[in-house]
Write a protein that binds this ligand. Structure first.
Ligand SMILES: NC(=O)c1ccc[n+]([C@@H]2O[C@H](COP(=O)([O-])OP(=O)(O)OC[C@H]3O[C@@H](n4cnc5c(N)ncnc54)[C@H](OP(=O)(O)O)[C@@H]3O)[C@@H](O)[C@H]2O)c1
Length: 368
């Protein structure tokens, strides 16, 4: 099928200065496919990326560009070196941009173009344009086949439900890198945001015994109603938290998903100190603390492993898609997931604002 020559795309000329315009359809290049976009994902940070108001002033973009975020679509054209995709294939397009020849060069497609000149040039010269358009040129490494017969046919999901897969690989990556196994007890705190709630959902699907920590009993009760079977603990940041957490038994791992707003909040100290001897700690939020707030000797005596986790690798996306295709990770209400609202492309501004309201298990979708 020949591609049209022009398409509608949300062009962002500078922070907040965006409009849907006609623009040429991208050409396929080696190492890429052209995807006809069905849905793009809005989560709480998306409006701030659009308006240039994210908490981190280093999150810049190479204007002008086509706005971007994870997408679900169908392969419309394949490159000369494509072997696995065929036109019409349902795919996920993720936002994890990586240079093929240097693992140090990586950026979040559509959200920011990295911290150094090499990464900024990589984004600007090749991957400037994201998926808020009728067609997107996507790197093969960020394009993932989805089994439509299983996901839509057998499990009865809608294509827009599959957009949850646009953010969950981040959490599966952190849990896998921390070696979380079925039957283990994992503390996740905070737990009521989109990413932290996603961590609860994925850990539960992996067979872990999930303890969700947070400040508000009301939010934790709502989380428990969304993800039945989890346990919750109110964290005050006081030393008594350690006993409260340990009352659930030995904590094999703790995953911190604190946003930048939680910088210096003392739940981190007590959560880290609650982990059992030989346990693991994963830092995957965006706290701005310059140092870790835990006693050196407690970490040494208890043989604790602390690690960070940024984005994900191919095996994490493949593994997560398999969990969804087999129904182990349920991307529907049964699994605690919900599409809070979906909007037509020309109502993108309303969609961005609605995105600020979402919490654990929810996404907002724009249909292209
Ligand atoms: N590692 C990676 O590759 C990666 C990728 C994507 C995102 N992230 C990061 O993951 C972070 C978490 O995402 P999210 O969507 O879950 O975040 P979020 O919605 O902004 O916040 C999650 C929770 O943090 C708690 N919180 C907020 N302010 C706090 C404070 N002052 N003290 C203590 N707790 C506070 C709240 O829970 P309670 O009210 O229930 O306590 C809130 O629901 C983001 O900041 C994002 O940058 C990392």
């Amino acid at each position: 099928m020949a591609l049209p020559t022009s398409m509608k795309a949300l062009i962002l000329k500078s922070p907040g200065n965006g409009a849907i315009e006609n623009t040429p359809v991208p050409q396929v290049l080696p190492g890429s496919v052209i995807v006809q976009v069905l849905h793009v994902l809005v989560y709480p940070v998306t409006p701030d990326v659009f308006h240039g108001t994210t908490a981190n002033p280093n999150m810049t973009l190479p204007y002008p560009l086509v706005f971007g975020s994870p997408a679900i679509g169908r392969v419309a054209a394949i490159g000369p070196d494509t072997t696995a995709f065929k036109p019409g294939q349902l795919v996920l397009v993720d936002s994890n941009l990586r240079a093929r020849d240097d693992p140090n060069v990586s950026a979040v497609w559509g959200a920011f173009d990295g911290f150094d000149e090499t990464t900024k040039r990589f984004v600007k010269e090749t991957w400037r344009d994201g998926a808020w358009a009728e067609y997107v040129r996507a790197p093969l490494e960020s394009t993932w086949a989805l089994n439509e017969d299983k996901l839509i046919g057998k499990l009865g999901l809608k294509t827009e439900d599959l957009l949850h897969l646009g953010l969950l690989p981040v959490l599966y990556s952190g849990l896998r890198k921390t070696d979380v196994k079925a039957g283990e007890t994992v503390l996740i705190a905070p737990a009521t945001g989109v990413f932290s709630g996603g961590c609860v959902a994925v850990a539960r699907a992996m067979g872990a015994n999930v303890i969700a920590g947070g400040r508000s009993e009301e939010s934790l009760n709502a989380l428990k109603a969304r993800f039945p079977g989890i346990q919750t603990v109110k964290l005050t940041g006081e030393p008594s938290d350690v006993a409260a957490i340990q009352s659930f038994g030995k904590i094999d791992a703790f995953v911190d998903v604190g946003p930048s707003a939680s910088t210096s909040a003392t739940y981190l100290n007590t959560a880290m100190l609650s982990v059992r001897k030989g346990g693991r700690i994963c830092l995957l939020g965006a706290r701005g603390d310059a140092t870790l707030p835990i006693p050196y000797l407690a970490m040494m005596f208890n043989d604790i492993t602390i690690r960070g986790s940024c984005m994900f690798e191919a095996e994490h996306v493949r593994g997560l898609i398999r969990m969804a295709e087999t129904g182990i990770l349920k991307l529907s209400g049964e699994g605690g997931f919900e599409v809070l609202a979906s909007y037509p492309f020309d109502k993108y501004a309303e969609a961005l604002e609605r995105g600020r309201e979402i919490s654990a298990g929810q996404i907002v979708v724009v249909n292209i």
